[in-house]
Design a protein around this ligand. Structure first.
Ligand SMILES: O=P(O)(O)OC[C@H]1O[C@H](O[C@H]2O[C@H](CO)[C@@H](O)[C@H](O)[C@H]2O)[C@H](O)[C@@H](O)[C@@H]1O
Length: 349
């Protein structure tokens, strides 16, 4: 709300500490070196299988040793609110699998009218951001709320709310930060090559997420997953610097910068004036591996909570869970109600 940042097209124009972190091309644990040996393909496919809830469900107990059964955020609602006492709650919401249910066709992952209304009410109570792997325009075309922050392309395209909305005090509505703009032409080229290379694989879908590209495996026969992974690798061998991460039956091709949803969360907190504050309580909700970066940041800061949206136990740094988008909506509605009608002895900010 206070320290709004300038329009940024290149990494060097952001706040200093972001310049430092994005120029550090550290290889992250989750990413895969596409120049590596043939086992990369197997590892992609194994990880895609492992991230499928039906596979997790049918896993043997020994494979679940690192899986965490989290307490329900709904059941712990009052305790969470007690923890937030005297602090400004800031809401961070992932889109797919959190605000909208997972569906086969990524172009039809619509948010329900009820969920939109809930997020609208939420944004009147707390600064609210949607943090998604999708490109900003696509998320906006689904959500259609001008009063919230958006961090599209896994946080590589951060926009502020439109002028005149409650949590927007500056006069400039628009782009806050785009740390990967120099990679736009390359990602576009890779997107086109992937479309061409995979066009004969039934069900394969390549999504242009502007600063990254997504390769969808969901509608491809599982027997063809290895073939599709080979096609992806054959394109990426000409772009050895690009990173590959995994989501729910999707491979995400990203620029080689050390930037993710966790960094986006920190950037937004700083933009909102909460960089070095103890009186802020961020709540991040997400269902995917890419949301783990944000959960980790909250743990490291010792601030707020991460809520994993999942019916099944997963390896996670979140503190609580909700089962599915409908329960996310119940939680958000309860939060709005709590803000308006706090229970006895509680004073929401
Ligand atoms: O960060 P998110 O908002 O969760 O975006 C991550 C990816 O979500 C979308 O894919 C996922 O949802 C699809 C629709 O339900 C589903 O078909 C797909 O299998 C999921 O992986 C989106 O299409 C991707 O571009 C995002 O990167």
């Amino acid at each position: 709300m206070t320290k709004q940042n300038v329009l940024v097209q290149k990494p060097r124009a952001g706040p200093d500490r972001y310049i430092c972190s994005i120029s550090n091309k550290k290889v992250l644990k989750e990413e895969v070196d596409v120049n590596g040996a043939g086992e990369i393909i197997g590892s992609w496919v194994d990880r895609l299988r492992a991230s499928s809830p039906t596979h997790i469900k049918s896993s043997t107990p020994s494979s679940l040793t690192n899986m965490v059964h989290l307490p329900s955020a709904m059941k712990m609602f009052n305790q969470i609110m007690d923890e937030s006492k005297g602090k400004q709650i800031v809401m961070f919401l992932d889109y797919d699998g959190t605000l909208s249910p997972i569906v086969d066709d990524p172009d039809r992952a619509f948010i329900s009218h009820k969920m939109r209304t809930t997020v609208k009410k939420l944004a009147r109570c707390f600064p609210t951001a949607i943090v998604s792997g999708r490109c900003m325009d696509k998320v906006y075309s689904f959500v259609k709320l001008a009063e919230i922050y958006y961090a599209g392309s896994h946080g590589m395209d951060i926009r502020e709310p439109a002028k005149g909305t409650k949590y927007k005090k500056g006069s400039h509505a628009g782009i806050l930060f785009q740390p990967a703009s120099e990679y736009l032409p390359m990602i576009d080229k890779v997107y086109n090559e992937l479309v061409e290379k995979t066009k004969l694989t039934p069900g394969a879908k390549i999504e242009n997420n502007k600063f990254c590209a997504s390769v969808h495996f969901r509608s491809v026969d599982e027997k063809k997953w290895t073939e599709l992974a080979h096609q992806v690798k054959s394109v990426l061998k000409n772009y050895p610097e690009l990173r590959v991460t995994q989501g729910r039956k999707v491979l995400e091709i990203r620029p080689p910068i050390n930037w993710d949803k966790g960094k986006a969360l920190e950037f937004l907190l700083e933009s909102l004036g909460f960089a070095n504050c103890n009186d802020v309580f961020p709540i991040y909700m997400g269902d995917d591996r890419t949301d783990e970066d944000a959960f980790k940041v909250l743990r490291e800061r010792g601030q707020g909570i991460g809520i994993l949206v999942s019916k099944y136990p997963k390896e996670t740094s979140a503190s609580y869970s909700l089962q599915e988008p409908s329960e996310v909506m119940d939680f958000l509605q309860r939060l709005v109600h709590w803000k308006r009608v706090p229970y006895v002895g509680q004073t929401p900010m």
